[in-house]
Design a protein around this ligand. Structure first.
Ligand SMILES: [Zn+2]
Length: 156
């Protein structure tokens, strides 16, 4: 099964990060106008996530109008609409929440001083994004996100 891919307008930035965290490929071109967004969504086979009701009226619109301004509601809506939980809640850090690049696992010995020593001692798995030079590990932030997604899942 080909996983669903998204493109989002510039009003749902937080949602974008969360979907990427869940492993989904989400483009977030902040400066595109409506017709550019629609065109890229269709040429690239992506579902368009938008808070702009007008955008959904175009006949080549294929995606979802995001009803709420609140992240939890937005996540619930997208997850329910596209049945995302059914095919994935592994939270394996596959994709960078900041830039959408695929992450690579990195060995502790390659970290040097890029990650605080205390973290290096406590954690045993690390990920690196070559798109934006960020390092990731399963810290408190990760636990919070995982808990939130599990909570959302139990409400669906
Ligand atoms: Zn990145």
């Amino acid at each position: 099964m080909v996983p669903v891919r998204f493109i989002a307008d510039n009003m749902v930035g937080k949602l974008v990060k969360w979907l990427r965290f869940m492993g989904y490929d989400v483009l977030y071109p902040k400066t595109m106008n409506d017709s550019e967004l629609l065109k890229l969504a269709n040429s690239d086979g992506r579902l368009l996530l938008t808070r702009d009701k007008e955008l959904t009226k175009f006949k080549d619109f294929n995606g979802l109008y995001i009803k709420s301004e609140k992240l939890d509601d937005q996540l619930s809506q997208v997850i329910a609409e596209f049945d995302l939980m059914a095919n994935r809640l592994n939270l394996e850090f596959t994709r960078c929440p900041e830039c959408n690049n695929l992450l690579e696992t990195i060995d502790r010995s390659e970290l040097e001083d890029k990650v605080p020593k205390g973290v290096q001692e406590r954690q045993d798995r690390f990920w690196f994004c070559s798109g934006c030079d960020r390092y990731y590990w399963r810290g408190t932030h990760y636990d919070k996100i995982k808990k939130k997604l599990e909570d959302l899942k139990s409400f669906l």
